[in-house]
Each structure stands twice: as C-alpha cells, then as structure tokens.
Write a protein that binds this ligand. Structure first.
Ligand code: 13P
Length: 245
C-alpha cells in the first residue's frame, strides 16, 4: 500500500504565502502527497504541482440547502478535492463535534466521492487513565455505526493523540505501534477490509522523527500540521515516507 502524507495547513496561509509554499512542493515517486487547505484557498490550489492531491479540513454533514456557513462535499469535489479531514481533535474540542457528527461528515464525504480522513485519538488524561484504546474504539465505532462495515473500508484513519498535536512531543514508536496495530485489528474484527485502509499517524511529525515513525508497523503515512507549512520540512517528511515504502 502506497503511503499517504497529507499536510493539514489548519487556519494558516494567505494568497502570497501559499504561493511561496507551493513553489517548494512537488510530487515524489513512491508516496502520495496531499495538502488540506482552508476553504477559500481551494480556488488558488486549482494550480498546484502535478501529482499533489487536494483536500479540505472539514465538510458539512448536509448535502445542500439552508445551512448558513456550511460547505458541502459536492462543492469540495467541484474544486478537485480528493480528501477531507473529518473529526480533527481541534474540531471535536473547540467546535463541539461529537462522535456521531464525525460519522455523518464521513458519510457526506463518501457520498460526494471524497475520501474522508477520519481523525481519532486520546487526550493525555485519557491515556494516563489507561483508556487510549477505549476512546479510539468509541470514536471509530460511531463512524462505523453511521457508515456501515462496507463503506468503512473506504476511509483513511488518522491516529492523532491530542497531547502530541502541536506540542513538539510526538508519540513514541512503541505507543504508535500499539495503537496502529489495535486499529487494524479492530477494523478486521468489525469485518472491514482492513488491509486496504490506510492508517496515518499525526502529532509533531518532523523531518527528524519521520523516518522512525514511518518504519513502525501499520503506519501507512502521516498527517502533518506545523511542518507542512515549511516546504522543505514537508518534502523531507514525504521523502522519508517514500523511502520507508
Ligand atoms: P502538528 O504536526 O503541528 O503536531 O499537527 C498535527 C495535526 O494536528 C495534523 O492534523
């Protein structure tokens, strides 16, 4: 399975800054690369390096209609998006998205022909209480409840421990291995075609730890925040994923 490295720009960028950043990006053999950008910049990203896939950071659970402020999956597809992040921990924590909402957003994405990147992960308190896998089971379980088993095989899962996001402290390779193996096993137990589901790791992935993280069992790529805003860092991470393949 070819690895996927997706940049999550979060709420960063400007027309001018994006232009500079895009100048430094390019596709690499042996790895799929994508950038998930703020909605207004989807238009700017119509011109981007060949082979770089486009994604958004959220999608409405609704198809169309009287939903002021929402952006529908078909609109993202219109702009050539292939991916959309759903259930990022920042949306769960700051914007009140619950597990079933995340499931409905994943369903809306699939129905629009997009690939949802479903984010799961525990807080530090949940990890310290020994509940990391319980939390992830619950989060994935809600998505499976909405999607059903067959459609669940069409998502990308991103394991992003909340305490590792933007903290400069990535999870250890042992922690990542434990969770990724557990996610794959959980998918298999549910009857999902687990072998085809990419499981990304996200949380303080940097050029200096990327190779070690991508070498971990069941790590099929990465979801990159801060380092995706620096072209040479993002490309170094993509290279590490290509070389690990
Ligand atoms: P950082 O890479 O900045 O820790 O962010 C990870 C993330 O949230 C990607 O979605």
């Amino acid at each position: 399975m070819i690895r996927l490295v997706a940049g999550n720009w979060k709420m960063n960028g400007s027309l001018a800054a994006n232009r500079v950043l895009l100048d430094g990006l390019g596709a690499l053999p042996g790895v799929e690369t994508a950038v998930c950008v703020p909605y207004p910049y989807l238009a700017q990203l119509q011109q981007r390096p060949e082979g770089l896939a486009l994604g958004a950071q959220d999608v409405s659970e609704y198809v169309a209609g009287a939903y002021t402020g929402e952006v529908g999956g078909s609109m993202l597809a219109d702009f050539g998006c292939r991916y959309v992040i759903v259930g990022h921990s920042e949306r769960r924590a700051l914007f009140g998205e619950d597990d079933l909402t995340v499931g409905r957003k994943a369903r809306a994405a699939l129905e629009a022909g997009l690939v949802p990147i479903v984010c799961v992960g525990e807080t530090l308190d949940e990890r310290d209480a020994g509940n990391a896998l319980v939390v992830i089971d619950r989060q994935l379980g809600a998505v499976r409840e909405v999607l059903g088993v067959a459609a669940m095989g069409g998502v990308v899962v991103a394991y992003e421990p909340v305490w590792a996001i933007g903290s400069g402290r990535s999870a250890s390779v042992e922690q990542v291995a434990e969770v990724h193996v557990a996610i794959r096993a959980w998918l298999r137990e549910q009857g999902v075609a687990a072998g085809g589901v990419r499981i990304l790791y996200g949380g303080s992935v940097k050029p200096d730890n990327a190779a070690a993280l991508f070498a971990v069992v069941d790590v099929d790529g990465g979801l990159i925040g801060g380092a995706s805003l620096v072209a040479q860092d993002f490309m170094a991470i993509c290279r590490a994923a290509a070389e690990a393949a």
